[in-house]
Design a protein around this ligand. Structure first.
Ligand code: UDP
Length: 329
């Protein structure tokens, strides 16, 4: 297939580009480089440097494509609480503009980066796809809105779509060539690594009064290469079954913030300096995936099942790329 990867210069998108190429697909990248990096796009892959709502540029990029994989979105829970309009504009309005351009171009396969944040506070854990969706922050709400739009469009025959609900994407490519490089890093694992390396202030643990064994939040950390492979599998499975499908992608294992902090310390051989602060707005206490549907439907089977192995890839990336993609070899 020829796939257009919107946001293909970003963290998860760039790993998906690699996985698509390895599976023999032809790939183009659409990215305005507001958060993505030119260096993350492999030589030989055409890069269309444009906003996903730039109709002319998107129409050119879509020529001859069979599918769109859409990663070009804002991704921070905290950021969405601070600036909800940006999340509704980028994650909903611009995504609809992208789908409008696809419709005009006759491209009818769509793989969507969704999130476990669409579920809100769990009523049961682990969470399967039928868990009620009641997001508690604008990030989750914006992703759920697009899921609902895709469900309607699929029912009307406009496209076939799959929503992949990631739990906590983490790690870096094991060959050391791709990793996480955000201008304002807010995620636990990179911040803990940088704190241990003395590159950032001590980590703040956001709350230790949750109803969990050690009082800190529990998350399901899934390696970014496992997510990338799942996109290829889901794309290839899109022809079968319902026109709209949703899958949870996680390892099924939860780790508390304290466990992550200890794990980073073990991997780096030096403790993570940290203190405990108040809870962060919008954080559910526990999010763990039941990913049985993805396993049964398209053979999803994460290779990275050990948190230490995931942290190790992230730590190598950050050690070798102190300035992210701007690091000179
Ligand atoms: N977290 C933390 N300190 C930080 C960043 C994150 O304690 O500086 C916690 C956060 O409250 C959550 C977990 O780490 O319970 C994972 O947060 P992250 O932002 O990495 O991912 P999210 O779960 O929000 O997608």
């Amino acid at each position: 297939m020829r796939a257009l990867v919107a946001g293909g210069a970003g963290y998860i998108g760039s790993h998906a580009v690699r996985a698509l190429l390895e599976a023999g697909h032809e790939v183009r990248v659409l990215d305005d480089l507001s958060a993505g990096h030119r260096a993350a796009v492999p030589a030989g892959v055409p890069l269309f440097e444009a906003d996903i709502a730039d109709r002319d540029a998107v129409s050119r990029a879509l020529e001859g494509c069979d599918a769109v994989l859409h990663f070009a979105a804002l991704l921070s829970v905290g950021g969405s609480v601070r600036d909800p309009l940006a999340y509704w504009r980028n994650n909903v309005a611009k995504a609809i503009a992208l789908i409008d351009a696809m419709d005009a171009a006759g491209v009818r396969r769509f793989v969507f980066s969704s999130t476990c944040a669409t579920f809100g506070v769990p009523v049961r854990v682990p969470m399967d796809e039928d868990h009620p969706q009641a997001p508690i922050n604008p990030y989750g709400a914006s992703k759920l809105a697009l899921e609902r739009a895709l469900r309607d469009l699929a029912a009307a025959g406009v496209l076939r779509a799959v929503a992949l609900r990631y739990f906590n994407a983490s790690g870096a490519h094991e060959d050391g060539s791709l990793g996480e490089d955000h201008a304002h890093e807010e995620h636990l694992i990179p911040l803990a690594i940088d704190a241990a390396l003395g590159r950032r202030p001590p980590l703040t643990v956001f709350g230790e009064d949750y109803d969990t064994p050690d009082g800190t939040c529990i998350r399901d950390y899934i390696h970014v290469q496992d997510l990338a492979v799942a996109h290829v599998q889901a794309l290839e499975a899109l022809e079968r079954g319902d026109a709209f499908q949703a899958y949870n992608l996680g390892t099924g294992r939860g780790h508390s913030v304290r466990e992550v902090v200890d794990c980073v310390g073990r991997v780096l051989g030096t403790p993570v300096p940290h203190s405990v602060g108040p809870r962060r707005a919008g954080d559910p206490p526990r999010l763990v995936a039941a990913a049985e549907r993805a396993r049964a439907t398209f053979g999803f089977a994460p290779r990275f099942t050990d948190l230490g192995a995931i942290v190790d890839t992230a730590a190598r990336w950050r050690r070798d790329h102190p300035q992210g993609y701007r690091t000179r070899p």
